[in-house]
Write a protein that binds this ligand. Structure first.
Ligand code: MSP
Length: 647
């Protein structure tokens, strides 16, 4: 992104309708939504596009499998995407579908322009096709002469008449583009991969298919009805047909795109084919194509067959949409892969949001309430805290460049540095001492400093957490919009005086994992002490998430009695801090007398499925250490509250 122009055009890839949305899709969309909200906040006229990619052999086959027409099937899945984005309050300006009439008209128009220019010619295609990636490959590119180098699935041999796009003609021009526009492809490492791919030489690209029907027909002027357009040509053109290319052209003022955000797997299409198509159409090239990494689960690619796909709706329902947004953007540097874990998500919520941000807000409210009747006044902030203000200003001045380079994690880190300045100032200047020593002016300046730093962070955090930040801004009586951005960020003004309003805590502590979904069994590679690689399943290693599925709790034994007829079992009533005591049947009769157990604490596996043992219900299991001769119950070293968790 850059701020030289007054407009921003931001796009997500259009999602295939062969699958329902998962966190990978949500990630791309949340990045783009954040960029779009940021652009609007700083006052750019913004257009944000998303949508669905509905043609091609893959979709035709998926529909057939389910006994539906391709159109019915596409309608259904496209609806899932749109509904989810609406539920997530994604601020898109247009949701395009490649089955939209206007889009198809625009695609035909583009094909005609390229054809008339002499960039498209007819020939025979002979090679290999991966339906899953909708990609052509030469035999040399395949793995073991058969498998797709991108996804590993078997490819089909294709021999059919095809129209070709003269990609080779644009090789030099593409290399010039990469050379002249330093940030045209981001991040830099990915750009280098693209350059070396192009330097190895580009072959002309087959851009039509005849072996199936589900696609855009060629323009009438070409009169060749058995061909449909290659799905990637059709799909990439969405970025201009959405602006009216080939129809009313009304929104073409937004072209060229500020940024196409894509996953690393589809960078080649966006950084090589797409600019070549645009050169052929004599249209300007996008400012940036930015490739993010992949979300994995326990280091593995997510897939339906492994059962490890994370559903973004589940995460958002369990942990809160804005917390989820913050986590995704903060956790992983743009361009790198990231592993999804509930533990990491909880840590971000409790630590960054709860402690650093939420507590700071509470402290400002607390101090202004206790000392100043909820009022703040900034008149002495400059006098006593120029150093802190200057440090915050320097951070803020550097933040925009992180957005332009797509480093949203660094942007957020910057905001958290400002929160650290605020939190540390309280510890350093000790306002309670100031009040004791009747240095009220100084105490007020400090509270106002914290309030002002919070306001600035809140405005800049708004694109990531739109609702919570409005609530925080409300505490200080301000709205977040372009005007307040200009005032408090661009001009770095301070809020003069304000009466603060209390709000309920925004980031309550999350004590336990909130999603029921089972963690997949993994067979990750780990290294032994001797540096040998072995698979975790082979040595019985589990992940931290797997461990935390077992909920261990401390409880007090209220009653203990023999179970008649059994020489092994005792029946216990255990208080785990719940409404009712739990009944637990345990095989400890040989080691403990009932009366010596009463009023002692033990450790219990509390989320075991209840069972019947010797005809008695048992709602948990005790932990004990056992050797050949003895058994010893696991207990806390000193008394803790019943229900305390262990881990
Ligand atoms: N239809 C094409 C895009 C055409 S754009 C003109 C497509 N669709 S997709 O649905 O398969 O993928 C859409 C996006 O989701 C891609 O950017 C892809 O990288 C991203 N992701 C799919 N799985 C992902 C993860 N596990 N993690 C992060 N993003 C991933 O490709």
């Amino acid at each position: 992104m850059d701020n030289k122009c007054k407009r921003a055009y931001i796009t997500t890839p259009i999602y295939y309708v062969n699958d329902i949305p998962h966190i990978g899709h949500a990630y791309t969309t949340i990045i783009c939504d954040t960029l779009a909200r940021y652009s609007r906040l700083i006052g750019l006229e913004t257009f944000f596009l998303t949508g669905t990619d509905e043609h091609g052999q893959k979709i035709e086959e998926a529909a057939k499998k389910r006994g539906k027409s391709a159109q019915q099937y596409a309608d259904e899945i496209s609806g899932y995407f749109k509904n989810l984005w609406d539920e997530f309050e994604i601020s898109y300006d247009k949701f395009i579908r490649t089955t939209d009439k206007e889009h198809m008209k625009g695609v035909q128009k583009a094909f005609e322009v390229m054809y008339e220019k002499g960039d498209i010619y007819k020939d025979m295609y002979e090679g290999h096709y991966c339906v899953s990636c909708e990609s052509f490959f030469t035999k040399n590119q395949l793995i073991d002469n058969e498998y797709c180098p991108d996804c590993g699935k078997p490819t089909n041999i294709v021999k059919e008449e095809s129209y070709f796009f003269k990609l080779s003609k644009y090789e030099k021009k593409l290399l010039e583009w990469y050379n002249d526009e330093e940030n045209c492809v981001l991040p830099k490492g990915k750009k280098n991969e693209v350059i070396s791919f192009v330097e190895q030489g580009l072959k002309d690209l087959s851009v039509t298919r005849t072996s199936f029907d589900w696609g855009v027909k060629l323009p009438k002027s070409i009169n060749d009805p058995k061909h449909v357009m290659y799905v990637w040509l059709d799909a990439l053109l969405n970025y201009i047909t959405a602006l009216g290319y080939g129809s009313d052209e009304k929104l073409m003022k937004f072209w060229p795109a500020t940024v196409h955000v894509v996953g690393k797997d589809i960078l080649r299409f966006h950084a090589i084919y797409w600019p070549a198509f645009l050169m052929s159409l004599d249209l300007p090239l996008p400012k940036h194509v930015a490739a993010h990494g992949w979300w994995t689960r326990n280091g593995e690619k997510m897939s339906k067959s492994k059962g490890n796909v994370v559903n973004p709706r589940d995460v958002s329902n369990a942990y809160g949409l804005e917390n989820f947004r913050y986590f995704m953007l903060r956790e992983v540097p743009f361009g790198q892969d990231g592993d999804f874990s509930q533990k990491a998500l909880m840590d971000r919520i409790n630590s960054d949001l709860g402690n650093d941000l939420g507590n700071l807000l509470n402290r400002v409210l607390g101090m202004s309430g206790k000392y100043f009747d909820m009022k703040i006044d900034s008149k002495n902030v400059e006098k006593y805290h120029k150093k802190e203000l200057d440090a915050a200003k320097e951070i803020i001045d550097g933040l925009q460049s992180y957005i332009f380079d797509m480093q949203l994690n660094r942007y957020l880190e910057g905001l958290w540095k400002i929160l650290t300045i605020a939190n540390q100032s309280i510890a350093i200047y000790e306002p309670w001492k100031m009040m004791k020593e009747e240095r009220e002016d100084e105490a007020m300046a400090l509270v106002a400093l914290i309030a002002n730093l919070l306001v600035k962070v809140t405005i800049l955090l708004h694109p990531v957490m739109p609702k919570n930040t409005q609530k925080i801004a409300g505490v200080f009586g301000i709205d977040i919009d372009t005007k307040s951005y200009e005032k408090y960020i661009y001009n770095f003004e301070l809020i003069q005086s304000a009466k603060l309003t209390k709000i309920p805590p925004l980031f309550p502590k999350i004590e336990k994992m909130l999603m029921p979904s089972p963690e997949p069994t993994t067979n990750k590679e780990v290294k032994t002490e001797k540096n040998e690689k072995i698979k975790t399943e082979d040595i019985g290693i589990i992940t931290i998430e797997q461990f935390f599925q077992t909920k261990l709790k401390i409880g007090t034994i209220l009653e203990a009695e023999d179970i008649e007829g059994s020489d092994r079992l005792l029946k216990l009533q255990v208080d785990l801090g719940e409404e009712k005591p739990r009944q637990i049947v345990a095989g400890i009769k040989a080691y403990y007398k009932p009366e010596e157990l009463v009023n002692t604490q033990i450790c219990v596996v509390s989320n075991l499925k209840p069972a019947k043992i010797f005809g008695h219900k048992s709602e948990g299991m005790l932990l004990a250490a056992k050797d050949k001769n003895s058994l010893s119950l696991m207990r806390p070293q000193s008394k803790v509250a019943n229900g305390s968790s262990v881990g």
